[in-house]
Design a protein around this ligand. Structure first.
Ligand SMILES: O=c1[nH]cnc2c1ncn2[C@H]1C[C@H](O)[C@@H](CO)O1
Ligand SMILES: [Zn+2]
Length: 367
């Protein structure tokens, strides 16, 4: 019997299946032991001293129901990511951890402007991460777990360096940087504050995504798409506020939701993270269920593996439990994500046709 006919895909099967990750923060995915190893050299005091307690401390502290409090936990990761060697180590380990989880393509983001405290330049930060990604990819390839990893450069929305970071993105576009993002507290910092950066990127034919519709509603999504020209939406959960129920009980899409669905604008959905920040109340009630039924271009992501104690396998497993998804749905999410990557079209297609589809076929999943 083909494995896909199992009613509920096992965790083991989900782990083996190829997965694609578009929304993962480098400074939200460190191994707890690495933070402990690097903290003394960085002169940084940690709230607890052993890896297991530290992992739990991050998960508990991020579980606040508020994006602002969730973001405070990053002080402890960013503090140990201020030197070339440390950035390279963190970047290499991120690649290895994703490869071990069955991820075949990932875009990992971070804000270079947050890694200058010990005197690195923006360029040195990007190059250290670039080198760590290359090392990790080479090692994963040798271990028989090939993975392609690219960088997204984030500008912090409460700061004023977005134009500079956008220019950094195009300067390194041939060295593994495939796009740009803005992140940080959403309320009070609309994406239009950074219009100059987005207009620059559009003139340069560059790609970008915007964290929008996570802690703030439809106006943020509308601005991100219609004013700023975002290619994808980071989270975008609140698009559900523009989906109504008609008198016959059928869903009725408003103009913005229709636009997002019609244009196949990818939603980088991060279920566990959304529960922690209060953007959704439980996995079962997460808008991803309805949006998937309505055939939006939904993708599944980790956001911050450390803060959520999660992985791509874990996110898929939670969705399988909550919505009864099968392996055909997992394959759909995966191909949606690969289609939505900022990698050149021919490279995307090659990963879909030569890696993803054949691997799912081996698992007995054809479509
Ligand atoms: O889910 C998020 N929403 C907004 N900002 C976020 C989220 N996760 C991480 N960040 C911030 C904190 C990091 O320091 C920064 C760059 O990765 O991005
Ligand atoms: Zn994020």
């Amino acid at each position: 019997m083909a494995e896909s006919t199992e009613r509920t895909p096992s965790r083991e099967l989900l782990a083996r299946a190829p997965k694609v990750l578009l929304h993962d923060h480098l400074d939200g995915g460190l191994r707890p032991q690495t933070i402990i190893d690097l903290a003394p050299g960085a002169g940084h005091e940690l709230p607890v001293q052993d890896a297991e307690s530290l992992g739990k401390w991050f998960r508990d502290s991020a579980d606040s129901g508020s994006l602002e409090r969730y973001l405070e936990t990053f002080d402890h990761t960013v503090a140990v990511m201020q030197t070339r060697d440390n950035l390279r180590r963190v970047a290499r380990e991120a690649v290895l951890d994703l490869a071990a989880d069955g991820v075949v393509y990932a875009e990992i983001r971070y804000a270079p402007e947050q890694h200058l405290a010990e005197g690195l330049t923006l360029e040195q930060v990007v190059e250290a991460v670039r080198d760590g990604f290359v090392e990790g990819q080479d090692e994963a390839q040798r271990d028989g777990q090939p993975i392609v990893v690219r960088q997204l450069l984030t500008a912090m929305r409460h700061q004023a360096r977005s134009r500079e970071i956008a220019e950094l993105t195009t300067a390194y576009r041939d060295q593994g940087v495939v796009g740009f993002d803005i992140a940080g507290a959403e309320a009070g910092y609309p994406p239009t504050r950074h219009l100059d950066a987005f207009e620059y990127l559009q003139r340069e034919n560059a790609h970008f995504t915007i964290h929008a519709g996570e802690a703030f509603g439809l106006p943020s999504i509308w601005q991100a798409i219609q004013w700023c020209g975002a290619d994808r939406l980071g989270h975008g959960v609140r698009i559900i506020d523009d989906v109504d129920t008609g008198p016959d009980g059928a869903p009725v899409l408003g103009r913005l939701a229709s636009y997002v669905r019609d244009k196949r604008i990818p939603l980088e959905m991060c279920p566990s993270s959304n529960i922690q920040t209060g953007a959704a109340s439980s996995i079962a009630e997460h808008p991803i269920g309805t949006l998937t039924e309505l055939r939006f271009r939904v993708t599944v992501n980790t956001d911050n593996r450390l803060m959520s104690g999660t992985s791509m396998t874990e996110e898929m497993a939670k969705l399988v439990d909550a919505f009864g998804y099968g392996m055909d749905d997992v394959r759909w999410f995966t191909i949606n994500a690969m289609k939505s990557a900022f990698l050149p079209f021919d490279e995307r297609l090659a990963i879909i046709d030569e890696q993803i589809k054949p691997a799912y076929a081996v698992l007995g999943v054809m479509s």
